[in-house]
Design a protein around this ligand. Sequence first.
Ligand code: GLV
Ligand code: MN
Ligand code: MN
Length: 421
Amino acid sequence: MNAMLNSQPADAAPIAINGQRLWDSLMEMAKIGATPKGGVCRLALTDLDRQGRDLFVQWAREAGCSISVDQMGNVFARRAGKDDSLAPVVTGSHADSQPTGGKFDGIYGVLGGLEVIRSLNDHGIETERPIEVVIWTNEEGSRFAPAMVASGVFAGVFTLEYGLSRADVDGKTMGEELRRIGYAGDVPMGKPIHAAFELHIEQGPILEAEDVTIGVVTAAQGQRWYEVIFTGQESHAGPTPMPRRRDALLGAARVIELVNRIGHAHAPLACATVGMLQVHPNSRNVIPGQVFFTIDIRHPEDAVLAKMDAELREGIAKIAADTKLETTKLEQIFYYAPVPFDTACVDSVRAAAQRFGYSHRDIVSGAGHDACYLAGVAPTAMVFVPCVGGISHNEIEDATPEWIEAGANVLLHAMLGRSSR
Ligand code: GLV
Ligand code: MN
Ligand code: MN
């Protein structure tokens, strides 16, 4: 550990971040893409995403960081280390949001990292290793599927060509949109990382319900995402008798039921969701001829996730046959196995929580995070804080200033714990 910190007596109050400054930065950032219900809509690679990135870059430069942008538009703000040739300790998260997103999902991890750097500056602490704060492009997977695609390219899970060619519903690709907003960088993908930490709200109800301030994230559950197209036949809603119909939406409705049943069948840990549906031609007096929809299934055990996958495929085949539909597409577009985080990094998070006397518990992440891909290339762990009512991916997403401050304090000390040679 750093010389100054070592010179602190063991029982001295730990060096702390500035909670008010972090909160103010979060509220300032939340003005970019602010929604009437108090949330944020800052979809990946839109003009609003660019404004958010620009503000972060400005703040990071003011804090003395150098900025670099890689070929997937990931933004790295670097605070030099005493030995700047050493691999950095990295933190960060994402700045994009869901269409009806909140003020904390993602951006808390980015601005929490910036607050770590600002606090190191305040306290005159030089770390042996460089510290980097990253905005990972398009974590949400909302505008461009899949999620976490740019950290995935960084970690070698996807090729650069794959990442840049992901397209939104209008056919605009990530490559085009990165160029348009001025964040198509030229730094090659991937580099050595000494250790990585991601700070995030829990996005679920456990910590708040148990009145615990810090989630020490030991693992993240696995996920599979699918895209499905059912094709039937468009025909007139009036003259077409019920037995003759090939209603693609009826098939999709039965799959929605099936997905929900599979989730319940593997309770309490399984999750299963149909979140997106596009009906063609979407006219009230036309029997739907084609439906596109998505499926998201998750479980902390890979074997159970595989069983859910088998049940899903079998169920979809039966529904298609029963409803006389063609399964034009059934493609798993995204999969990662449950991710165990690095024991030493997890220990650093736990030790930091203990140092501040924060209540804490081990927890498994229900959501996907860029840390899940980084874990494949560097020792990685995450810090969770509660969110009000466990609600996220919702404009009412909220957290208290006390939780926000506590999480960043834990991040600071977890990073310092790994920032020596
Ligand atoms: C990312 O937000 C996810 O879907 O878990
Ligand atoms: Mn997130
Ligand atoms: Mn999210």
